[in-house]
Design a binder for this molecule. Structure first.
Ligand SMILES: *Cc1c(COP(=O)(O)O)cnc(C)c1O
Ligand code: SF4
Length: 340
């Protein structure tokens, strides 16, 4: 029956035409049973208890890139709530990277010299099961310009800060009008030179790369850098490739970060193919993250020795610039630790 499903899928893709990114957010799959049904998988593949602690959220365009009938699909594994999440494993905790200690004002995290991370919103356009922010107390995070003011003042008061990283959650779940206002405020701080945006939106809802977005991102005196997040080569195909190209043509350097995930990309073919697809699009592989030891994610962990081996295999296959740095975040350290 898989053939019928992929036929339906291609019909839907051709008749639906472009949808706005907000419509894509609204129509995202939020029900684990529906996710399984869409993919012709038994409903009991999803754990309702795991879903209750971190709800499914999967844009339909992203789900359309999964292969129906395959319970081990590398894209599906990133969004499917599984019983394994309920296991309590020693060493896996709610805040392994010490973000809560590092929060200066509400929403501002200053861990590394010269750059601060502004948690602009708690919302994401996909719920990644391995995410280190799945336990983050997002209720406390500002979502309006007024509420960001203390963070903005704190940045203005510290002349060592040259770069603001808009992060979250995902900052691009906010509307362009609000982001434009925020950038306008940041621009007035003379010691700021760069604006970095950490986002998964161009990968999961490529319609998000609007002309309005390009206008505030490239129209600022701050040098823009975008860091997207894709883990598997299938995530950057088709409409995503077009969206990334649009950013690059507009003059925005685009980097990619991935998380090393068991069953998703812990094989040299997937990682090499991802890097090749990215550099062909002019997107630079930046980081391959060792999984943060977040409660409920232990089944995604790949041993560091295996990660180092994979990086060595990538080096033997790819140009040097196409090999990401394999890094791990250690609470209290001055930078992310380079493992290979
Ligand atoms: C990862 C991270 C950064 C950015 O680090 P780079 O090595 O510059 O990419 C900044 N602040 C925080 C809190 C981070 O976790
Ligand atoms: S913060 Fe990034 S990794 Fe975490 S759920 Fe949101 S999009 Fe996924």
């Amino acid at each position: 029956m898989a053939i019928v499903a992929s036929d339906l899928r291609s019909v839907r893709a051709t008749v639906s035409g472009p949808v706005s990114w907000q419509a894509a957010m609204k129509s995202a799959i939020r029900d684990p049973a529906e996710l399984c049904r869409e993919l012709e998988l038994p409903a009991d593949l999803a754990s309702e208890i795991a879903d209750a602690s971190f709800r499914v959220f999967a844009p339909r365009g992203y789900v359309a890139k999964m292969i129906p009938g395959d319970p081990r699909d590398p894209l599906l594994l990133q969004v499917l709530p599984r019983v394994e999440e309920l296991e309590d494993t020693e060493g896996f905790v709610k805040d392994p990277v010490g973000d809560l200690d590092a929060a200066l004002a509400s929403g501002l995290i200053h861990k590394y010299h010269g750059r601060v991370l502004l948690v602009a919103t708690g919302a994401c356009a996909i719920h990644c099961r391995y995410c280190f922010r799945r336990h983050y107390p997002y209720e406390t995070i500002p979502r309006t310009l007024e509420a960001w003011r203390p963070a903005i003042q704190q940045i203005a008061a510290d002349s060592t800060v040259e770069e603001v990283i808009l992060s979250g959650g995902d900052p691009l779940t906010l509307v362009d009008r609000l982001l434009e206002q925020l950038v306008g405020e940041l621009e007035r701080i003379p010691h700021l030179k760069r604006l970095r945006v950490h986002t998964r939106l161009p990968v999961v809802i490529p319609e998000r790369v609007t002309d309005e977005l390009l206008a505030w991102l490239t129209g600022s005196r701050l040098a823009p850098i975008m860091v997207v997040h894709a883990n598997h080569p299938r995530e950057v195909a088709g409409d995503v490739a077009a969206a990334l190209t649009k950013l690059i043509r507009a003059g925005v350097p685009v980097l990619n970060q991935s998380v090393l995930l068991r069953g998703v990309n812990d094989d040299v073919e997937s990682l090499a193919e991802l890097s090749r697809e990215l550099v062909n699009l002019r997107v630079m592989p930046y980081y391959l993250h060792q999984l943060d030891r977040v409660a409920g994610t232990q089944h995604f962990e790949v041993p560091v020795e295996r990660g180092i081996e994979l990086i060595e295999q990538l080096r033997a296959r790819l140009p040097g610039y196409a090999v990401p740095r394999y890094v791990q975040e250690i609470a209290g350290e001055a930078n992310k630790r380079v493992l290979a």
